[in-house]
Ligand binder design. Structure first.
Ligand SMILES: [Zn+2]
Length: 350
C-alpha cells in the first residue's frame, strides 16, 4: 500500500509507494498543496506527468522515431528462381505418388522425402491446423529453425518462401511452391496464415494456464511420433504452423489466433531441398477458434491428408512412357522407393 505522510517541519508532503519509492513535494517546483491533492488521489501517473518529474528528478525521455529497416533484406539464397521451382513442382506432380497418408485428428505422423520430392498437405474434412517439424534425414542434428526463417522471410510463409535449418548449417530445407490460401494475405488485424511465430501447443503450458494436468498436445503427439523413428522429446522443435491464422495485436503486440480460414480442399505444397524427415501433428485445438485452456469440442478437430510426389528419373522416364499413355500423376502407387518409415501416433480423448 502507498503511504502519504505530511512533514510539517519541512512543509512538504511525501509518499512512500509500495515498492519503496520515496516521493517528496519538496523536490518539486510545484506547490505542495497540489502534490498533496494528487497523491491523495493516488494517481501517481498523473503526478508524474503533471509535474514533469519521474522520481529521479529526470524529465520524461523522448526517443527518436527512426524509420524501420528490413534487417535481412532478401539474401540471394532466400530468393528462389520461380520458374525453376514451378518446373520442379510440375515434374513431381507428373511423376509418381510415393507417400499417401492420413494423419488422424489429435495425432501425429512422420514421413520421409528425398531431395526434389513434393509434399502436399490437404484439408480433407474440416478446418484444421497442423504443426510441422523437419530434420535432415542423414543428420538429425540439422533441423528446422523457425526464428531465422521468420527473419529471412516473414512471420507467415507462402509461395517461394523457404524453410531454413539451424546453426551452424543454415541451409534451405524446403521451399513452398503452392498455397491455396495465399490470397488471404495480411488482414485488417495484421493476421495471416502459415506462421513461423507460434510454438507448438504443449501440456506444460496448458498446466501453467489452467493448473490442470493434460496428456494430449501437438508437442506430445510429435514426441510420440518421433520416438518411433529414434528421436526424443528434445528433438521436437518450434514448428511451422500451417493453415493457422495468427498475428500480434496492434496495441500490445500480444500473440493472437483466429479461426483458421482453411476449408475442405485447401492445401499447401513444398519441395524438399534436402533429404528430409518430416513430422506433423493435427492440433487438438482443431481450427483454433477456442483459446488454449478452454474445452475444445471434438467436432472442431479433423484429420489431414499427406501426399508425397516424386519426379520420374530421366533414365526411368523412357521406360514409363512406354507403359503409360497418360502422364497424369499416378494415384495407386504408394510408399515405394524406400519411403517405408511411416508412423502414426494416436491418442485417446483428453
Ligand atoms: Zn497444437
Amino acid at each position: 500500500m502507498d503511504r502519504i505522510i505530511n512533514d510539517n517541519k519541512k512543509n512538504s508532503t511525501v509518499m512512500v509507494t509500495a515498492s519503496g519509492t520515496y516521493i517528496s513535494s519538496a523536490h518539486c517546483d510545484t506547490a505542495a498543496s497540489r502534490l498533496s491533492v494528487l497523491l491523495a488521489a493516488k494517481d501517481i501517473c498523473e503526478v508524474m506527468s503533471s509535474l514533469g518529474w519521474c522520481g529521479r528528478g529526470d524529465k520524461p525521455r523522448e526517443f527518436p522515431r527512426n524509420p524501420p529497416v528490413i534487417c535481412y533484406d532478401s539474401p540471394p539464397a532466400a530468393r528462389v528462381n520461380h520458374i525453376h521451382y514451378d518446373n520442379l513442382r510440375l515434374k513431381a506432380l507428373m511423376g509418381k505418388r510415393v507417400v499417401e497418408l492420413t494423419v488422424p485428428k489429435k495425432s501425429a505422423a512422420t514421413w520421409e522425402m528425398k531431395e526434389g520430392d513434393l509434399c502436399r498437405i490437404t484439408v480433407i474434412e474440416g478446418s484444421q491446423v497442423a504443426d510441422v517439424n523437419f530434420w535432415n534425414l542423414q543428420n538429425k542434428q540439422e533441423r528446422f529453425y523457425s526464428g531465422k526463417t521468420r527473419q529471412l522471410h516473414a512471420t507467415h510463409l507462402t509461395v517461394y518462401d523457404r524453410l531454413w535449418s539451424n546453426l551452424p548449417y543454415l541451409r534451405p530445407m524446403a521451399t513452398v511452391v503452392a498455397d491455396s490460401l495465399k490470397n488471404y494475405g495480411i488482414d485488417e488485424d495484421g493476421a495471416s496464415v502459415h506462421d513461423v511465430i507460434g510454438t507448438r501447443c504443449d501440456d506444460y503450458t496448458y498446466k501453467l494456464i489452467t493448473g490442470k494436468e493434460r496428456y494430449g498436445s501437438c508437442h506430445t503427439y510429435l514426441t510420440e511420433a518421433v520416438k518411433k523413428v529414434g528421436l526424443t522429446e528434445q528433438d521436437v522443435h518450434d514448428v511451422w504452423n500451417i493453415f493457422m491464422c495468427t498475428g500480434f495485436t496492434k496495441e500490445t503486440h500480444q500473440y493472437f489466433t483466429k479461426s483458421s480460414p482453411a476449408r475442405k480442399g485447401d492445401y499447401i505444397e513444398f519441395i524438399a531441398d534436402m533429404d528430409l524427415l518430416v513430422a506433423m501433428s493435427t492440433c487438438p485445438q482443431g481450427d483454433v477458434s477456442i483459446p488454449v485452456g478452454k474445452p475444445v469440442p471434438d467436432e472442431n478437430c479433423h484429420p489431414l491428408g499427406v501426399e508425397v510426389f516424386q519426379a520420374i528419373d530421366e533414365t526411368e522416364a523412357g521406360e514409363v512412357s512406354k507403359e503409360t499413355a497418360s502422364s497424369k500423376p499416378q494415384t495407386k502407387e504408394f510408399n515405394e522407393q524406400g519411403h517405408s518409415q511411416l508412423s502414426v501416433a494416436s491418442f485417446p480423448e483428453n
